[in-house]
Each structure stands twice: as structure tokens, then as C-alpha cells.
Design a protein around this ligand. Sequence first.
Ligand SMILES: [Zn+2]
Length: 81
Amino acid sequence: MSFQLTCPNCGRRSVSEFTCKGEFTPRPLPSADLSDWTDYLYLRQNRRGRQLEWWYHRSGCQSWFLVERDTTDNTQHRSYW
Ligand SMILES: [Zn+2]
């Protein structure tokens, strides 16, 4: 499936230039217990609908940024650093 994604630096480009690095998950505090760190490292929500994800502009500016994307139709709602 092909769609376009907006890089905050380069603008709108084909998704083939990017790599999705998975959903964004808030990092636990250093004092968090082991189960919080295990959830952070290994569990994913894999939501149906809007989800915040890490993307990497592999064939462009090689920057990391966040994208809010609807997983049902690949609609991009926003992207930012
Ligand atoms: Zn870029």
C-alpha cells in the first residue's frame, strides 16, 4: 500500500522514503519497577485507529519524528519533532 507522509523538514513525500519504527510509548521513570520496564520494552498496543508512531526519513534528511496516523486508512493527522 502506498501513501504519502509529511516530514517536518522535507515536506510531503512517498512513504517508500520512510521507515516506521513503531508506536510511541512514554518512557518509564528510572525508579519504575521491572514490570513497567518490561511493558515499555516488549508490549505494544497495536491500536486500530489513531496512533502516535516514530518514523525515520531514511531516503531524505535522515531525521526521526513523530506521526499521528490512523492505522485503518493511513490518514496522517500531524507530524512533528
Ligand atoms: Zn525529511
